[in-house]
Design a protein around this ligand. Structure first.
Ligand code: HAM
Length: 426
């Protein structure tokens, strides 16, 4: 029978990588605490309507990429393609506007998009997502970018560039749409089919087309920044000024329109060269009309999401490692089968004292146990033979120096803790 493999676009994060993920999430949690974000856990599936209305019917995500199905109660359900719409749904549903504003929320987990898989792009991928909900201030926009940059800084990443644009508001965007449509209209026939289809429904997305021909055609397209109303212009200037003042490497990119329709004013991405074609490590922006689009009151918001796979790829590309993969401190070896329960008790006591300890469970000969200890990178080996059982001692071998000594078994944990950390209580 043919072996069943993981579905296309999914990946198993194995033991040699998962510890890096744990580190990324630990750092995100620490930054969240320092910046005042509270973690919330949201459902992996939502009513399809949330994303159609929230992200926008005319986006690639809603048109082509959602995992949508009818559940047994005939409800249309979608595996979440992102977290922002769910965050806002949760904010409105739980009347979080009654709490002191703004609400700073963060979350993480798997997202699902039916995209063409390649390095850094998967159908199930993981995001960390940070949102500041309830305030229109441009300083909140600045703070979200600062939050993401702080996460990357603490992860040891460098050479990151912030691309920023303003997509305006319902007052000034229609003006720009018309200006842009006029610019495109003369040469519409030269654009790719996707752009031609988008021309009426979502002309701003034409700016973001990756087709080299379309890119060239929009090279001298009028810039959104020139069409901004006074309020949007001031907002944009405050954010970019703040970014310059905190020392971020910022570039204004007139073509940055993002693939989600809820954005108003600020839209940004953070790029890392190590990612190649899929170079966006982070995407975000302001979404002041999202709450209304999903049936709530007017609630401004701003935030970003960053792909964990892309963070890990960038860490690997930049050799930014927080040390080594976790290793076992002590491996307990038995020189006689009669010592195995004593070994289990010793392992228990070592672990209770805060050391990482392990032993063999398969009845390997002593030599094979020693080999295993060295394969898993144990720093010390505890040896229990007949003599040690009788005398209540244990042989402790330092795997780096090869030196061995005999220690009373009741003192083994403190002895090893001192050897490993210089402190008897690890
Ligand atoms: P997004 O740009 O669609 O924005 O995704 C954000 C980040 O998620 C990307 O920069 C990338 O790191 C990662 N990502 C997206 N798609 C994939 C994929 N197929 N495979 C691997 N990684 C991927 C959003 O999702 C918005 N909700 C961000 C936001 C939050 N805006 C405001 N608040």
């Amino acid at each position: 029978m043919e072996m069943i493999k993981a579905p296309r676009g999914t990946r198993d994060v194995l033991g040699d990588e998962s510890w890096k993920w744990a580190h990324v999430l630990k750092v995100c949690g620490e930054v969240a605490r320092d910046f005042g974000f509270r973690e919330i856990l949201l459902p992996i599936f939502e009513h399809t309507e949330l994303f159609c209305r929230g992200i926008g019917d005319a986006t690639d995500i809603v048109e082509k990429e959602m995992y949508t199905f009818l559940d047994k109660g005939d409800r249309s359900i979608t595996l979440r393609p992102e977290l922002t719409a769910s965050m806002m749904r949760s904010y409105v549903e739980h009347d979080m506007n009654r709490l002191p504003q703004p609400l700073k929320l963060w979350g993480w987990g798997p997202m699902f998009r039916y995209e063409r898989p390649q390095k850094g792009r998967y159908r199930q991928f993981y995001q960390v997502d940070f949102e500041i909900i309830g305030v229109p201030s441009p300083l909140a926009d600045l703070e979200t970018i600062d939050t993401s940059m702080e996460i990357y800084r603490r992860l040891g990443l460098s050479n990151l560039q912030v691309l920023i644009n303003s997509v305006g508001c319902p007052k000034c965007r229609p003006v720009y749409r018309e200006v842009l449509k006029q610019f495109i209209a003369d040469r519409l026939g030269d654009f790719c089919e996707t752009c031609q289809n988008r021309f009426d429904r979502n002309p701003l997305r034409v700016l973001d087309c990756k087709n080299p021909g379309c890119k060239e055609l929009t090279e001298n397209a009028p810039s959104m920044i020139d069409s901004l109303c006074e309020e949007c212009r001031e907002h944009f200037d405050t954010v970019t000024d703040g970014l310059n003042r905190i020392g971020a490497d910022v570039r204004v990119d007139n073509r940055l329109v993002r693939g989600l329709d809820y954005y108003t004013k600020t839209a940004y991405e953070i790029l890392a060269g190590e990612l190649g074609a899929q170079n966006a490590m982070c995407g975000g922006g302001r979404y002041d009309n999202l709450a209304e689009a999903i049936g709530g009151p007017h609630v401004p918001g701003v935030g970003f999401a960053s792909g964990i796979e892309r963070i890990v790829i960038t860490m690997e590309g930049q050799n930014a490692y927080p040390g080594e993969a976790p290793k076992t401190d002590v491996f307990v070896v038995t020189a006689t089968p009669g010592a195995s329960t004593d070994a289990a008790v010793l392992v228990h006591n070592l672990r209770s004292a805060g050391l990482s300890a392990d032993m063999d469970f398969t009845g390997r000969a002593m030599k094979a146990q020693m080999k295993l200890a060295s394969q898993i990178g144990a720093r010390f080996v505890c040896i229990l033979g007949e003599d040690e059982i009788k005398s209540g001692t244990v042989g402790i071998k330092d795997m780096t120096t090869g030196e061995q000594e005999s220690v009373a078994r009741k003192d083994a944990s403190a002895h090893l803790a001192v050897a490993l950390t210089g402190n008897p209580h690890k």
